[in-house]
Design a protein around this ligand. Structure first.
Ligand SMILES: [Zn+2]
Length: 63
C-alpha cells in the first residue's frame, strides 16, 4: 500500500514511495521549498518545522 501525503508546497496529494522529490509532488515544488527555506533562514532563522506547520494551516484552512 502506497503512502499518500500532501505536498507541503501546493497541497496536492503525492506519494512517498518511488518519489524522488518527496515529500513534494515534483521537482518544481522541491525547488520552491528550498528557495523559501533559504529566504526564511536569511531573514528569521526560524526552525524549519515551525513555519511548515504555519503553512499547513494557511493552505487547508481547517487544521
Ligand atoms: Zn507540489
Amino acid at each position: 500500500m502506497a503512502r499518500e501525503l500532501k505536498c507541503p508546497i501546493c497541497g496536492r496529494p503525492t506519494f512517498w514511495k518511488g518519489n524522488p522529490y518527496r515529500p513534494f509532488c515534483s521537482e518544481r515544488c522541491k525547488l520552491v521549498d528550498l528557495d523559501r527555506w533559504f529566504s526564511e533562514e536569511y531573514r528569521l532563522s526560524v526552525p524549519r518545522d515551525l513555519w511548515e506547520d504555519k503553512e499547513k494551516e494557511g493552505e487547508d484552512g481547517k487544521v
